[in-house]
Write a protein that binds this ligand. Structure first.
Ligand SMILES: N=NNCCOCCOc1ccc(-c2cn(C[C@@H]3NC[C@@H](O)[C@H]3O)nn2)cc1
Length: 448
């Protein structure tokens, strides 16, 4: 067997998000989000599923924290639902909504678990979307107002902060491909959204510094690692475009103060431009302290002029796939983390990594061996990354429990804990106990 020992201060955790687990969608003064609207639009979400009940964590969070204590994690990544805090987006503060998160954060701290907060995990107040969404500076200013409410309430209690989860999903999956809320299918709209959220990110970081808020702040891009099908320049360029739209499009403005010119030029060919106003790039490039990285899979891509705006086609190479159809290929994480070094050896946390394995209960157990295998492969790569001297400081498995997987609804299960959506009974899977052992030992044992 092989033993991979992790650093003594390495953070072990799990991750969730407000709309995916909370439920109580019409309780506590919560306003309507774009995902409430999208899920109620016929054909957008599998089976017409929505987040009205989800895992009911709004009422069951103490039970969830007991599961976290049993698992042995020291870090828990979650998100706050903006519509609970300021229901109409930029109006009055809903104290009842804020108090729910005060109770939750206090309970986490009481349990000895470090809160790792995402301010925005996709549940935009609908009123702001109705007025132009992230492409309207009103939304940018509203986000800063919301962020400052949270900063002031939780400074001293929360020390790890993320502004946005997966900006590529917020901008391009949701506004160019139309697969997530609000479901637009327009490149210029997507570019406007991406720029708006970047300005909002920068302004929030400036507020964080000005207010002297405790801890470290950053952002969490999702990775789309790709390798060329052939050695041809066209296939390599197709990969470069695919990787860069998820990463460089957001991290170049933050770390370099400018967009990647090759992609700006590519989009200009398609008639789309970035709506930069005076001072925007200086705001966006306000220095940050950490990055969250979300990794699930990688692709083998080739140039194909018919393959969407990037003309980059991901090929089915016959790899083992998870039940959501994503190839299991952990080496993309290693390659990506070295790619990321062009921004410097910045502090990085894996804020999402996990497998969709839809095993169900059998005799009271869930023998999700495929999920264990997925985690073994990816944690081995993480040890390799750390061994190369990269500042990878922690790992949060997606997800603590099965939850609402966006357009896939509840059919796709990423949890270490099984959720029966009728009874809401939580049942730890075999992978939960495997991960519990890794955390307890702070080492990974690869069985021969
Ligand atoms: N990348 N290029 N794609 C080209 C075209 O893809 C079509 C489909 O696209 C995608 C891409 C990515 C995702 C996705 C889902 N999760 C899992 C969630 N992460 C945040 C947390 O809430 C988890 O639930 N992460 N990523 C879904 C669909």
């Amino acid at each position: 067997m092989t033993i991979f020992q992790f650093p003594k201060d390495f953070r072990w955790g799990t991750a969730t998000a407000s709309y995916q687990i909370e439920g109580a969608a019409q309780e506590g003064g919560r306003g309507v989000s774009i995902w409430d609207t999208f899920a109620r639009t016929p054909g957008k979400v599998f089976n017409g599923d929505n987040g009205d009940v989800a895992c009911d964590s709004y009422h069951r969070y103490e039970e969830d924290i007991e599961l976290m204590k049993k698992l042995g994690i020291n870090t828990y990544r979650f998100s706050i639902a903006w519509p609970r805090i300021i229901p109409d987006g930029d109006g009055e503060i809903n104290r009842e909504g804020l108090d729910f998160y005060v109770r939750f954060v206090d309970a986490l701290l009481e349990a000895g678990i470090e809160p790792f907060l995402t301010l925005y995990h996709w549940d935009l107040p609908q009123t702001l979307e109705d007025d132009g969404g992230w492409g309207n500076r009103r939304t940018v200013d509203a986000f800063v107002k919301y962020a400052e409410v949270i900063f002031k309430e939780f400074s001293g209690k929360i020390n790890f902060w993320l502004t946005f989860n997966e900006p590529w999903c917020i901008a391009f999956l949701s506004n160019m491909l139309g697969i997530h809320a609000p479901g637009n299918k327009d490149l210029q709209t997507a570019i406007n959204v991406a720029h708006g959220l970047l300005v909002a990110h920068g302004k929030a970081v400036q507020s964080f510094r000005r207010l002297g808020i405790t801890g470290q702040i950053g952002i969490a891009p999702n990775v789309c690692w790709a390798e060329p099908y052939s050695k041809s320049p066209e296939d390599q360029a197709a990969c470069d475009r695919s990787i860069a739209l998820n990463t460089d499009w957001f991290l170049d403005p933050i770390y370099k103060g400018s967009y990647p010119q090759f992609l700006v030029d590519w989009f200009a060919e398609a008639g789309a431009t970035v709506p930069i106003q005076d001072g925007d790039m200086e705001i966006i490039s306000e220095p940050i302290d950490l990055l969250g990285i979300n990794y699930y899979t990688m692709g083998i891509n080739r140039f194909n002029p018919e393959a969407g705006v990037l003309q980059s086609e991901e090929l089915n190479m016959g790899l083992i796939k998870t039940d959501i159809g994503w190839p299991v290929e952990s080496r993309g994480l290693y390659e990506f983390m070295h790619y990321l070094q062009k921004y410097g050896n910045v502090d990085v946390y894996i804020t999402e990594n996990g497998a969709c394995i839809n095993d169900d209960l059998e005799n009271g157990k869930i023998n999700d061996d495929r999920r264990i295998s997925y985690y073994e492969q990816h944690l081995a790569q993480i040890h390799r990354i750390i061994n190369d001297g990269i500042n990878l400081k922690g790992y949060m498995a997606w997800s603590l429990m099965d939850n609402f997987e966006w357009a896939e609804g509840y059919r796709m299960r990423f949890g270490l804990v099984h959720v029966d959506y009728r009874s809401l009974v939580r049942t730890p899977k075999e992978s939960f106990y495997w991960y519990q052992n890794v955390i307890k030992n702070n080492w990974l044992e690869i069985r021969n």
